[in-house]
Design a protein around this ligand. Structure first.
Ligand code: FES
Length: 118
């Protein structure tokens, strides 16, 4: 898997996240309370709003536009039928925070009630 430098560890001293552009798409690099990191798609699946605009830490992000809620660890939307956010592997090399160029490929069971949507 190809990784690129997204940030330095020092950038996360006062903040818990940073949004970068990865192949033109916003990806949030988030530092957990235990000091580990993960990457998550940072645009809302509804209409593409900046999902981390009002994020202040924790495991849930609320979209500022229409309040769809996402579990950031799993990428799942908590209050609407939606595809999950894409997740990205993040690793450290010295003081550098590296993120994978491509999302983690997972078998995502679609938990969408298509009969309700019809
Ligand atoms: S754009 Fe995020 S809930 Fe509508």
């Amino acid at each position: 898997m190809d990784f690129i430098k997204a940030a330095t560890v020092d950038e996360f001293i006062k903040v818990s996240h940073k949004v970068i552009k990865l192949i033109g798409r916003p990806v949030g690099i988030i530092k957990r309370d235990d000091g580990t990191y993960f990457g998550i798609e940072a645009s809302c699946k509804h209409q593409g709003a900046d999902l981390l605009a009002d994020y202040r830490g924790g495991t849930v992000a609320v979209c500022p536009r229409h309040q769809w809620e996402y579990d950031l660890e799993s990428g799942r939307c908590l209050n609407h039928d939606s595809l999950p956010l894409k997740k990205y592997e993040v690793k450290l090399e010295g003081n550098d925070v590296l993120v994978s160029m491509f999302p983690i490929q997972e078998e995502q069971p679609l938990d969408i009630d298509f009969e309700r949507l019809a």
